[in-house]
Ligand binder design. Structure first.
Ligand SMILES: C[S@@+](CC[C@H](N)C(=O)[O-])C[C@H]1O[C@@H](n2cnc3c(N)ncnc32)[C@H](O)[C@@H]1O
Length: 274
């Protein structure tokens, strides 16, 4: 799409998009999402144990592509279609993942829109996955999304969502005991980690904004998603949708089974089977 060789910054060095992706991961990991690596591994474990390779996977809210990246590395024959509403993040993803060639394709679409799937290059996916993204949708938007995913997945295909999915039932002991020290940090979400996140988040976005090769993506972002840079959370339900509500929504539209396969405090991996 865009030529990375044409990038010009004040110091004239091209932006290292792979580094930007690693930094994205590290910012979340070190601050507000300490169990993300294990949660993403747990998502991939489901794909590895329940599906026959090679797999075709849809990554919902792919962002700069940390989950897609892990999938492409772990499943060498696999293909990923990443969907996101943010043109800037999609461009970072595209540049950071260029070495995977046509194994990855990206679609700019708003998952809240009725027509979000019209730009997908294919259907009949083996799985749809998501990491830390579907909490932007409320119950009714999730219901529509689930209905459409059921159509896009092949029979027996899986929806694997790893996100903050609190339970109606509280005070359960953490199941992933190997993660207990990280879990303690996550459980309290202390202001220090949120403050650290804000600082790093601002630095990450400002660096990107200074890159002239990103100008048109930022312009497009301004039209589609007016608001400040760095972006602040402006939509989504105030109270997170519970894991029980997610399960009910999935069952209501026709998912045959739903099960939690991994958990650390409020973070869970929820699997639905078509
Ligand atoms: C916290 S980031 C997570 C990105 C990546 N999956 C990860 O685990 O790091 C949330 C992502 O969801 C995307 N997103 C939020 N609402 C969306 C929507 N309605 N449609 C498509 N993408 C959306 C954001 O643009 C962002 O890339």
């Amino acid at each position: 799409m865009r030529d990375p060789g044409s990038i010009s910054r004040k110091d004239s060095r091209p932006t290292d998009f792979e580094r930007l992706l690693r930094e994205w991961d590290s910012i979340f990991l070190q601050t507000v999402d300490p169990t993300r690596s294990r949660r993403m591994e747990a998502i991939l474990d489901v794909l590895g144990s329940r599906l026959q390779q090679p797999i075709r996977v849809l990554d919902l809210g792919t962002g700069p592509g940390p989950l897609a990246d892990r999938m492409l590395a772990r499943f060498p024959g696999g293909r990923v279609v990443g969907v996101d509403s943010d043109p800037v993040l999609l461009q970072v993803c595209e540049q950071a993942r260029s070495r995977y060639g046509n194994r990855v394709s990206l679609v700019l679409a708003d998952l809240k829109s009725e027509s979000w799937s019209t730009g997908l290059p294919t259907e009949g996916f083996d799985a749809a996955v998501s990491s830390l993204a579907l909490h932007w949708l409320d119950e009714s938007e999730l219901r529509s999304l689930y209905r459409e995913l059921l159509r896009l997945l092949r029979p027996g295909g899986l929806l694997v969502n790893g996100d903050r999915l609190p339970s109606d039932r509280t005070k359960e002991a953490p199941r992933d005991r190997t993660a207990s020290s990280d879990g303690r940090r996550q459980a309290s979400q202390e202001p220090a980690s949120v403050a650290a996140f804000r600082l790093e988040w601002k630095r990450w976005w400002s660096g990107l904004e200074r890159d002239s090769s990103m100008r048109s993506a930022f312009r497009e972002r301004k039209v589609r998603m007016p608001g400040p840079i760095p972006p602040r959370r402006t939509t989504g339900p105030r109270v997170p949708v519970t894991v029980e509500s997610h399960k009910r929504g999935m069952r209501a539209v026709g998912f045959r089974e739903t099960a939690v396969t991994w958990r650390n405090h409020d973070f869970r991996v929820l699997v639905g089977t078509n």
